[in-house]
Ligand binder design. Structure first.
Ligand code: UD1
Length: 366
């Protein structure tokens, strides 16, 4: 094969920092690759999408499918219909998908049925909780994709247990940490903490999972917890559109308004968020990726979820899980604030070079 044509897919906010280092490593690698970027448009607000392209130096997408929001069925179906047209036009040799969002699964299904080699980056992660939409996306994508790039050894173990042949599995490390390593020096120059008037010790909060914020009693419990936590230390909470929508729909805004110590702000760009995360005394979240980023940074993290698909962040890193109950969250935050950071470590191959290891494997296809 003369030149290998690679198509990358992004759709939602957690995808951009995973694709950026791979595209950059491929550009630097050799003339044997040409690459195309497709944005499904699953996320479309400026600060959920375009701002990340700017901060991560991602090129403008060659194709923008503009699928927007909808039910999971509507969104996934729209992604598949629009993506099939692009695939038929470009005829890539390899399609790279990342993470566990609806775009990941939708595009994988299109490719495997069209006989196009599909590579899944961040393969093998399992929460073993099939009520999570992302778990369904992970399990199904890994069953049918051709190349599976895992971020941690537990990913290999999960895939082998599911009967995936060893030759399809490549332990390469964590591409999201590649972006973090590269961007941290820039992020640390951002004056976002001063702009927000935050003191040196503060808590950073992100909550957006359907299991927490689409459940009214749980959301109310979380908001009361934040009120109590704000007495302990100042909080900054860049709020996801899903959470925003629920607050206004259920008229709960008054619970987080007018607290001097509780700042609700719009979602931040990659660099500003990274700056706040690196400087936080503690992070309270229900995100997937933030569990990994805090582990790398050595920042204590409390995750309001019954399980995690990223167990190394607990066994090796700074993460702990907690139920969505006010006294338990308060106790977990206190314990997190006492974390001895010397007992935590960075997992194997979270070293800033995962994308290069992926390119080494892709080179074998040239
Ligand atoms: C998606 C991913 C989730 C990821 C999260 C990060 C799936 C199944 N879920 O969830 O894994 O952690 O992204 O953000 O793929 N909205 C906007 N503007 C946007 C995007 C969304 O207002 O740019 C609104 C939508 O109208 C919708 C809500 O936010 O009502 C949720 O968006 P959606 O993409 O459906 O799922 P997320 O909760 O963001």
């Amino acid at each position: 094969m003369s030149q290998l044509s690679i198509m990358h897919v992004v759709g939602a906010r957690p995808n951009y920092m995973k694709i950026a280092p791979i595209m950059q490593a491929i550009s630097a690698a050799s003339a044997c690759f040409k690459q195309v970027l497709v944005h499904t448009g699953q996320h479309y607000d400026y600060n959920m999408s375009q701002l990340f392209f700017e901060h991560l130096n991602l090129p403008d997408p060659n194709y923008h499918l503009q699928v927007g929001s909808g039910t999971h069925t509507t969104q996934t179906a729209r992604i598949m219909l629009a993506f099939e047209e692009v695939v038929n036009e470009v005829k890539p040799n390899v399609v790279v998908v990342v993470g566990d969002v609806n775009s990941t699964l939708g595009c994988t299904l299109v490719c495997v049925k069209a006989g196009i080699t599909t590579a899944h980056v961040e393969a093998g992660l399992r929460s073993f909780d099939r009520t999570m939409p992302e778990e369904i996306n992970r399990v199904l994508t890994d069953q049918v994709a051709d190349l599976l790039f895992t971020p941690s050894q537990d990913g290999n173990i999960n895939l082998e247990r599911e009967g995936v042949p060893a030759e399809r599995i490549h332990f390469v490390g964590n591409v999201m940490i590649d972006s973090l390593v590269k961007s941290l020096p820039l992020a640390q120059q951002r004056p976002i903490r001063q702009e927000l008037g935050l003191p040196s010790a503060y808590a950073l909060v992100t909550l957006h999972r359907p299991a927490n914020v689409d459940d009214q009693p749980k959301l109310i419990e979380l908001l009361y917890t934040l009120q109590q936590l704000a007495v302990r230390l100042p909080i900054v909470f860049p709020m996801h559109p899903r959470t925003h929508r629920r607050l206004s729909e259920w008229q709960l805004e008054h619970l987080v308004k007018d607290h001097a110590n509780l700042r609700i702000i719009e979602p931040l760009g990659y660099l500003d968020f990274l700056a706040l995360m690196a400087g936080a005394a503690v992070v309270l979240t229900d995100s997937g990726g933030i569990q990994e980023e805090t582990t790398y940074l050595g920042v204590p993290c409390v995750t309001v979820r019954p399980n995690t698909e990223r167990p190394v962040t607990i066994t090796e890193g700074t993460n702990r899980l907690v139920a969505c109950q006010q006294p338990k969250i308060m106790a977990a935050v206190e314990a997190a604030l006492q974390t001895n950071r010397n007992t935590c470590s960075v997992p194997e191959l979270w070293d800033g070079a995962a994308a290069h290891r992926i390119v080494d494997v892709l080179r074998g296809l040239c």
